[in-house]
Ligand binder design. Structure first.
Ligand code: ADP
Length: 218
């Protein structure tokens, strides 16, 4: 479904979000206080406007109130980022996702009602380190502090075995949600489905259980 999203702050992160949303077919209103930044995104946003996002009237003039989603990607000015988040929540936007520069910034954003707080460098750093730590881990999504979904590449050790034989749930407390093979995705694998070397297993479980599975099961 097409969404209307306002992206505020067009640094590297804001521009990347903006472009991806635009490519996915969403309607993007891009805002920055610097003209060159606004010009840079004019090709991949529905509207790109020059405005100070900590000015409530400026945001009202561009109809920001009618948007459901906002991404605040102002990292270079914490005061503006906080003020802008407050204004957007006050206007009644449903989802306001904000980029935080550091833990202090994050804490304040939590207090002013940001719906999701992102620390891109920190999150990406953790992701990369985890991928490097494990030879089999392709990607992971954190569902909560305790649970994650990971993508693991099947090795010789699990090749030729059915899900029943692997018995991952009983042995490791994890669930295989899907199996990807050569571009096809089996989204509800059956107990007698057989794993082949190179298959990508999409697995959900508690972080410690997933780690155990990763270390002992592959
Ligand atoms: P990155 O680290 O992702 O490159 P930056 O934090 O450097 O991002 O970029 C933040 C962007 O936010 C800049 O383009 C800056 O001009 C913009 N910005 C800062 N304050 C405001 C404001 N009050 N209103 C709109 N845009 C702002």
């Amino acid at each position: 479904m097409k969404k209307q999203v306002v992206v505020i702050g067009l640094g590297r992160f804001g521009r990347s979000v903006c472009k991806q949303l635009y490519d996915l077919g969403h309607e993007v209103l891009a805002i920055d206080i610097k003209e060159e930044r606004v010009n840079e995104v004019s090709n991949y946003s529905y509207y790109a406007v020059l405005a100070n996002a900590s000015d409530e009237n400026a945001l009202k003039n561009y109809g920001v109130k009618n948007f459901d989603y906002a991404i605040v990607a102002i990292g270079d000015n914490i005061e503006s980022s906080i003020l802008c988040t407050l204004i957007l929540k006050d206007m009644g936007l449903k989802e306001v996702w904000v980029k935080a520069r550091d833990p202090h910034h994050r804490k304040i954003l939590e207090k002013v009602g940001a719906d999701r707080i992102i620390q891109p460098e920190k999150e990406m750093g953790v992701r990369i380190a985890n991928q490097l730590d494990s030879g089999n881990l392709l990607d992971y999504i954190e569902i909560s502090n305790e649970y994650s979904i990971v993508e693991l590449v099947a090795t010789e050790k699990n090749s030729g075995k059915s899900l029943v034989q692997l018995d991952v749930r009983a042995k490791f407390g994890c669930t295989i949600l899907a199996i990807k093979r050569k571009g096809n995705v089996n989204i509800s694998p059956m107990p007698d489905d057989v794993i082949l070397k190179g298959d990508i297993l999409v697995v959900m479980g508690q972080i410690n259980d997933l780690k155990r599975f990763e270390k002992k099961g592959f």
